[in-house]
Every structure is written in C-alpha cells, then in structure tokens.
Unconditional design. Sequence first.
Length: 302
Amino acid sequence: MGKNKFGKLVALSAVIGSGAWVYKKYETIKSMYHKVSIFKGERYEFDEFDGEAIAAMFSGVVVDLSNVEFVEDEVYLDIYALCSGIRILIPKDVEIVLEGSNKASGVQVDQDDDITKTKTLYINYNITASGLLITDNIDECCDDECCDDPECNDPDCCSTEETEEEIKAETEEIEAEIEEEIEEIEAEIEEKIEEEIEAKKKVEKKVEIKAEKKAETSDEVVGNLNQEVEAFAETQEVEKFQEVNKENESIEPELDELVERSASELGEAAAELDEAIKEFVDNDDDFESFDKDDHSKDDFFE
C-alpha cells in the first residue's frame, strides 16, 4: 500500500474517529444539560429565569437574560462549551459569581460596578477552546458596525443572516484547524509506524543473532560432550584391560604352581600304577598261563 493511500486511510480513520467521539460526547452532554447546540448558532431568551443548564459544541450561543424576571434572588446557570463562543446578557442589577474550569479558553465579565446589585447569578462553567463573555452592556448598539464589536449585544443590531455567516466562518475555521491537526496526526502516525518497523527489524536481527550464537554454543557443547564420552569410554576400556592383566598376572604364579603340582601328582600316580601293574603281573595265574601259550607280556597288555 502506497503512502498516499495509507495517509488517506489514516486521515479517514481520524475523521471517522473524531466524528464518533463528537457524537458520543454530544449524547453524554445532552443527558447532562437541558439545552444543547451543536454546529449551529442559537439564541436563548427567557421571560422568567429560575436557573438553566446550557451547552454548546462547535457553535455560537447567546443567552439573553437582559430583560428577564428572576424568580429568586439567587439563581444558577451551568455552562458547557467545546470549540464555541457563548455570550450571556444580564441585567445591570445582577451580581455575577463565577466558578469552573477552562482549557485554552477565555472568560470575561463586563459589568457596571456603580449600580447596586439586588440579584445574584451563580455561573458554573466547563469550557474548552472556547470564549465566555458575561456583560450588562446592552444599550450602545446603533448601527451595523456594532456587529464587529463584542460589547454590542442588541439582537436587533445584527441580522440573522450575518450571525449565520459568522457562525459559518467560525465553523470553517474550526474545520480547517481540525484538518490541520489531522494532517499532523497523520504525519506523526507515519513516523511512529516507521519507527516501529525499524525497531521490529532491530529486534528480529538481535533474535536471529542470538539464535545463531545459541546454535553455535549448543553444537560446541554437544561436540565437547561427545569427546568427553569417547575419552571416558577409552579410559574405561584401558582401565578394564589393565585390571584384567593385573588379575592374570596375580593368578599366573598360582597357575604355574598348580600345573607343577598337578604334573608331580600325575607322575606319582603313574609310578604307582606302573608298580601296581607289575605286582599284578607277577602274582596273577592267568598271566602265567597266558605266557605259557607262547605269548609275550606285551601281547597280554595289548
């Protein structure tokens, strides 16, 4: 697979993964916040206000509380923003108390501190790569130029079409940033893959070298063992032969003595037998009669 095709697959996977993540995040946020805007411009207006939970994802949102009647002296507003801009318009007699966290974001409060505050709005925010503006400056819009001024908050000053164009421009800018990030991620992934491939090759080479060394060592060990076995066998045979020779040498005098003794005993026995035969011949009548028939003694013994 070529690098271009691989890169396109990586980019497509990243886009699909990002889309899946955004959708999953949207479902989670929707279960936590009452009003949720995603990829659009939204304006929320209220006649009475007793608290609300508002979220924006890749959107531009205006929360207009400038003319509302607060149900209680203290009310709460939860704000969530991801890659969005949120503007909250408040009456001049409302004090703002902020608490929350932001990542790569900006939070600004624009109020007239000279006016006595009779109500309190507690804003708990969680924003990422976003901007949050809370202001009571709603009286200085007089022409279309105020649309470029973040302090201009009169909805009649800027037409809906211009607001949508701004949102579209912001969306395109965000998409361009996402595309740039995808390209960077793609390059990083390719680099990581090349590093992993190179590392794998090195590991395989090390394993191969180690296996060769191990095989050589095994052959050497087996060869040495065979030599030792052969040497041991030869040693055993020599030792056994030497032991047999020693045994033969040790019993040789006994054998010689036994042979001599046996020869002597045989000689004595032969002499005794010869004597007995002679005695028998001299005293036996049959032998005498045999001699009278003209036979010699030798014929008798035959």
